[in-house]
Design a protein around this ligand. Sequence first.
Ligand code: ZN
Length: 370
Amino acid sequence: MDFQSTNNNLYKQYDLTHSKHFKLYWSFISDVDITIKCARCSREREGLEVRCPSCSGPFRLTVEGEFSRELRRNFPYVTKWVSLGEWNTPLIFMDGYYMKLDFLNPTGSYKDRGSVTLISRLHQAGLTRISEDSSGNAGASIAAYGAQAGMRVSVFVPTSAKGQKIRQIEAYGAQVTRIEGSRNDVAKAAENSANYFASHVWQPEFRDGIRSLAYEIVRDLGWRKPDTVFLPTSAGTLLLGVYEGFKHLLSSGIIDAMPTLIAVQTEQVSPVHCTLKGIRYTPPEKVTSIADALVSTNPTLLDEMVTALKECGDSVTVSETEIIQAHNELEKKGLLVEYSSATALAAAKKYVKKGVTNVLVLTGNGLKTL
Ligand SMILES: [Zn+2]
């Protein structure tokens, strides 16, 4: 427990989802309930604790009860949505693959699915000042939803961060603070700031919001399950969120088996792939991959990702050349996505068995990296 957050103690009083009145209220209008426990030691979360005070582990939100085709009802802890019009992105069929165009969300990435649930929850709890550490899509998304909620958002980034994604974060009015040191030092600074740490990695309501992606894929396939889903994988929010969504559809009898979830990583940043396959992973001194959203060489949620993949998944790595080829191919079909998103197509071309329903999640908008 090297840096226990002051956030934990500060925000214990903000308890909404577990109050008796709240549960009673929801039992009238929704059959879905949630529990939030430490993923490592199963201790129940109190209020808005950021991480488990017993073991420093991440919290995991588990959904119980019947899936509702009215999708918002599957998120019972949100009573007032801070929305920018996210969700319901197109699922198109092209060259043998279903492509989920999730880069068409309001801030240009799938992260809006996590921001809408997390920021709505924090806004309901009365929080007005939040911090986040991300120089990329998550930072922009939290900044936009925080702005919509009228919050003061502080985003911590490494001194090396530059480019359009930083400008996007600033455009939404967030305060950007540059921190000297490692990626971990940036995270510590964000967590130990005076603001509540609205981390896209640590906050269970962020990861949980990604469930909506699994629901939409199954709905748009005519309530059928896909066989294989290709997911660019870095910190684990996409993989674990989608996993929970499919689990919920399975437990509710909407689908009869889990699809195979493929974690796609670059050759440079492949800790999940290597751990799953029992290969020793040595991160590069500096990540230089063109897939600049896939940078987690030592992800906090590694154990959780590997456990999910052992149950119903697999992994594949792609080279820089393969990423560039896939990216160019998408561009020439009219789809301008980030290089990090093109990894899904690069992986599918290497992995696919014919005649199965393959879904590629295209996560980030290419306008951000032009
Ligand atoms: Zn714990």
